[in-house]
Unconditional design. Structure first.
Lengths: 576, 576
């Protein structure tokens, strides 16, 4: 094979991705993958983001694909470079995020004989990808170019179809890798379908197989978790669907227990503080529904899950695709099909008596009860969440790290009329790649992106801060620094005093102002709410990335959460 | 299952690992894996190293296992945490390094239903592990405890047997995870074999199937690459074997082309500069051997590989195990069996005429020719390699990063009478995890450990510098900072000016003194050889980890390498 063959075939592959709708690609340096990197970088319709660490690259692509709903290409060189993508690939599969992995490989004659940077890349990601294809080595004939264009469309379509997810194309490349002269503009066979349309790339909506009977809506409760990626082809998920759900719940006067990740925690029917409400057995019993409609993923909240688990009423799970996702194992019916079509069956009820009002009274009682212990505690971790709800514009995206931040957002983020978009990695709920993922979101929007994270998560992915320097993207990082994994103080392991701090809490002792200096971010250490609000507003206006650091204490944080829960219980008792 | 069941079973498993010879374990924080972490940390015979980032943990374990020749345990929590181990697992498989991966998992009833931090961990590492076992959930009966002890021995033995490598035990854990009271000292069934011996853990040497005929030794050349891990059970590889090979080569008066990684670049028969010698076609022709004996992996050097490829003489590959590893595809015979036994067949020849002398004359001519362009260039990248050879004590370990450092060490490191141990990741030759791996080496020795690395490699694994702060281990990092991937300036892609710097060379612009400050290392920026030597000697004596930074320029570095090669060619011409 000549270098011209490689470059023509890769240009056709990537041209077709662009015709299908691709807008972003991630690259990492290497030798074997230079033809792929060069082709991506020279495609003017793509923004190409370079990352030194392939793990960062994978998560950056995940964030960009999650936020844009379009497949993002990721390329890396051969060897363990490709293995570094696995965490992001698994998260993408579980979260339903479309990615197209283009791993460079040595050709068969250089495999499995001890050649450098050569591992077995065939099916490297196992079941975590929706489709694997070994591209092989080909001359750039008109037939092969046409075939590779169809293959590109198929990869793009497979990444988006049904439940979106990652696909993997392994690209064997023989030397020479670099062109000796310019690549001809024209392509044997003419360069794809006339008019520029992609060869084939139409997602077909799955037929809804739901029951045509009218829905039972009296004393119904709606529960909405993460609704998945809002795909660019008018797919099923995301905040557009969430706000529609919120509007319909308000019209039908049905309480909507909405995770902020659903985009549905808004409007008069949204119940924000169910995590606290449902801890009170008497209130939970009084608010027992006749039926539950569950949308998207099940929220994290243990009280919610315990409540669902104990309810002996029909629970209808409404799913865009056939994923089997019910950690509570209590869904009595699964309705699979376009969720938006299902929502059309929600008709306003003439009389719901005071069903919604009873929920909203409990919710506002708890909202007031939260404020009482929070106010004297100053700039606590929950207070940061409520301040973000107050000061973030509705055009912003809040990317929330796993572990404590996602739980605090679920517990404390209020219902807003026009909430910011809230995103998180809830496929496998890992803390890995969080910084990279948030930068990936920032690649797709000119509006502010704020990352809410703890210190262990930031330390885990600290190398991804390099994106601030190398991509020029702007991210505001709100760092809750309690010097360790704060969630572990809530678990029984906190009593194992010989191992707890060194092995479980794992305080890093890092001075994050130095991390900010290293990677060229601004850094603000704030210690009261006014300073936090001021720094946040300044950071959102700034041209530069900023770390706004809030120092808290893990034990005090656990105690504050306990006081909040006690205050909520007292308030709920008073409303009975 | 009760927490007592988990803890008894895990204590038996790990007790048996220790009986087999395990001394080190790596942990990462999490909830599901707390029983494993607690059991490892409470086993007094183990040193347990905590890492926030599982990728760092895997590579740290790889370094400790490579340096000690003993399997190292690695545990992590469920979900993508386990996926972060893949790069180190693949490197361990290719480099023949024994690891035992203990991934915590949710039990079957919590899998594949959307529960948090749950992915499919069965066979997660595919063919990269030698053995996968799903442990299941068990009550701690005497029978099961005996079974788990045998299983531990089998895992340990499998990791070491034949070609060492990683094994994976997936550990499902049900709640509750934490003990309510102390674990009983005694164990149902008595706690393993009386006297403390492990159940079964004997590696058997593979029978040597070599030809019993006397070896052809006239005009033989010996080539020694990385000889693999020197296992604690008297295994096949490592510097002990390398120095034996060097002694035998000297006795037999046979030129020994030894990679520093072999430990055999020492004594009067060692040829150090074959990379430069073999670039001269006339010298290469004049030094044509009658037979080549190749030990271990094939060195990286392209001139060496081209020379082996073109030789039409018998090439005997001597391998400790049945790995098929010949990137040149020119071995005419493979002799599989204990290498040490094979070496006993090397008998000193009465007369080798001047065969060795002709090689050593060329080698010393090149050694002098190298010095000529190097001296006026001051503190260049090659000069750092020669200075390390000069100032490192023989008890030290030099860990060499992939990419340029390993090639410069191969080209410029002289033959020494008593060389330091030289280690590198040459399984898949990745740059990932290099810092963690060097810290892992430091965990196994009280002697100095020096890492030679470029800036891209350090930036790729920068989070692993946290080990300096959290483990207290001491590492001296010699950083060749040419602000980008220096090796790429040697490749054709350097001419692709639109993409070269942003996508291939990828300069980070990082000020590594800030990285040192962040992670609590000392930092010295040196600009001449005397300052380098002084800083190196001071760092070796210091109690703290140090980054000694040498700034170079990529284009100047390539030109210097070209001048060195030209000078060597001139010198070789003069010796003819």
């Amino acid at each position: 094979m000549t270098a011209t063959d490689h470059h023509l075939l890769l240009r056709a592959l990537i041209d077709e991705f662009v015709r299908c709708g691709m807008r972003h690609a991630c690259t990492s340096p290497g030798s074997r993958n230079t033809p792929i990197v060069i082709t991506l970088a020279r495609e003017s319709a793509l923004r190409t983001w370079s990352h030194i660490d392939e793990r960062s690259s994978g998560f950056f692509a995940l964030g960009a694909a999650k936020a844009s709903g379009r497949p993002v290409a990721v390329t890396c060189t051969s060897g363990t470079a490709a293995a570094n993508l696995l965490p992001a690939v698994i998260e993408a599969r579980h979260a339903g995020v479309p990615l197209i992995l283009l791993t460079a490989d040595r050709p068969p004659e250089l495999r499995d004989i001890g050649a450098g940077q050569t591992i077995d890349q065939l099916k490297l990601y196992g079941d975590a990808v929706k489709w694997f294809f070994e591209l092989g080595v080909h001359g750039a004939s008109a037939e092969r170019l046409r075939w590779v264009r169809e293959l590109a469309c198929r990869a793009y379509w497979t990444a988006l179809d049904g439940t979106p997810g990652p696909v993997h194309i392994n690209v064997a490349l023989q030397e020479p890798l670099i062109l000796e002269g310019p690549l001809p503009d024209s392509e044997p066979g003419g360069g794809g379908r006339p008019g520029g349309a992609p060869w084939t790339a139409h997602s077909h909506p799955a037929p809804a197989n739901h029951d045509p009977q009218p829905l039972q809506l009296e004393r119904a409760v709606l529960v909405a978790g993460d609704l998945g990626v809002e795909t660019s082809d008018g797919g099923h998920g995301g905040p557009t669907l969430g706000s529609r759900l919120a509007r319909l719940a308000a019209q039908a006067r049905l309480p909507l227990l909405a995770d902020p990740l659903s985009g549905a925690r808004s409007g008069p029917a949204a119940i924000a503080h169910w995590d606290l409400i449902l801890r009170d057995p008497q209130t939970a019993a009084a608010l027992r529904p006749a039926v539950v409609y569950r949308f998207g993923e099940t929220p994290t909240s243990k009280p919610l899950r315990a409540w669902l688990d104990a309810l002996d009423v029909p629970q209808v799970q409404v799913l865009a695709d056939a994923r089997w996702s019910d950690p509570v194992s209590r869904a009595t019916t699964r309705v699979v099909g376009p969720v938006a079509a299902f929502l059309e069956r929600f008709t306003p009820l003439a009389d719901q008596s005071d069903w919604l009002d009873r929920w909203t009274r409990a919710d506002s009682a708890v909202a007031h009860a939260i404020a009482e212990p929070l106010l004297p505690a100053g700039l606590s971790e929950p207070a940061v969440v409520t301040a973000l709800a107050q000061f973030l514009p509705s055009t912003a995206t809040l990317f929330v790290a796993a572990s404590m931040p996602i739980r605090d957002v679920e517990e404390f983020f209020p219902a807003l009329n026009d909430p910011p978009r809230v995103l998180a990695n809830r496929g496998a709920n890992g803390i890995d790649g969080t910084v990279a993922c948030a930068f990936g979101v920032a690649a797709t929007t000119t509006e502010p992106v704020v990352l809410l994270t703890g210190d262990v998560t930031l330390a885990h992915d600290i190398g991804s801060l390099l994106a601030a320097r190398r991509t020029g993207l702007k991210l505001t990082i709100v760092l809750l620094n309690n010097d360790g994994g704060g969630i572990f103080n809530f678990l029984a392991v906190a009593g194992e005093s010989d191992v707890f701090e060194p092995q479980i809490a794992t305080p890093t002792g890092l001075d994050f102002s130095l991390a900010a200096a290293l990677y060229g971010l601004d850094h603000q250490l704030v210690s009261d709410l006014d300073a936090f609000a001021g720094s946040l507003i300044a950071a959102l206006r700034s041209e530069r990335s900023t770390i706004i650091e809030v120092r808290t204490e893990r034990v005090a944080n656990r105690e504050l959460h306990a006081r909040v829960a006690a205050s909520a219980l007292t308030a709920l008792a008073a409303t009975r």
